[in-house]
Design a protein around this ligand. Structure first.
Ligand SMILES: [Zn+2]
Length: 199
């Protein structure tokens, strides 16, 4: 390949995927572990983005501090007790708002809004669009009432053929859904991958 020749498309605008996202649920185990130093296990993060100190204030609220660029980044772990699922939120070190995830940028952890990622929703669109398409095809093939028809975590592999449909048509439609689901999951996994808490 000649020098200066670029294969594939060129990105001309910032995508959220350029930044590594850390999700609130990764901190869930820190709600019950001993206070002290921990490290996030990820090849995508710098050392400063990995090392954290877990502390607790006088009200029993836990928070972690990352020291990045000599600056303490305080992230509070806030459990939402109103919901049955006890969802965990983390606060942005900059705007202090409750967030489900933060992004690792060069010298900070910050929420999407603080970074000014205006294209964030656009870069999520292909995944959402694909999910909607898969659900639509599932409903068309198996019907609205089929249990779990909209649940992406349910596998369609053994779901029954509608009585009136030819087998060849059924296989064709099912293969199409399978094909789209194979495209869908790597998009989701790319967001969840690789940040695990090393305790
Ligand atoms: Zn923020």
């Amino acid at each position: 390949m000649p020098k200066g020749y670029h294969c594939g498309r060129t990105q001309t605008r910032p995508y959220t995927t350029e930044y590594h996202r850390i999700n609130a649920r990764l901190f869930k185990s820190l709600l019950t572990t001993a206070l002290g130093s921990y490290s996030l296990n990820s090849e995508h993060l710098s050392n400063e983005h990995k090392k954290l100190v877990l502390s607790e204030n006088e009200n029993g609220v836990r928070y972690v501090i990352f020291t990045i660029n000599d600056k303490p980044h305080r992230i509070v772990l806030k459990l939402d007790n109103r919901s049955v699922s006890n969802k965990l939120y983390i606060t942005c070190p900059y705007c202090r708002k409750l967030r489900q995830s933060l992004f690792a940028i060069k010298k900070a952890y910050s929420c999407r809004e603080c970074i000014g990622l205006h294209y964030a929703s656009q870069s999520e669109r292909p995944q959402e669009r694909l999910m909607r398409r898969i659900r639509k095809l599932r409903v068309e093939l198996f019907g609205h009432d089929y249990p779990g028809v909209s649940n992406m975590f349910e596998q369609i592999g053994y779901w029954p053929k509608p009585k009136w449909m030819r087998w060849t048509t059924f296989y064709m439609k099912r293969d199409k859904i399978n094909e789209l689901e194979e495209q869908y999951w790597p998009m989701v996994d790319a967001k969840i991958e690789s940040v695990n808490l090393l305790l």
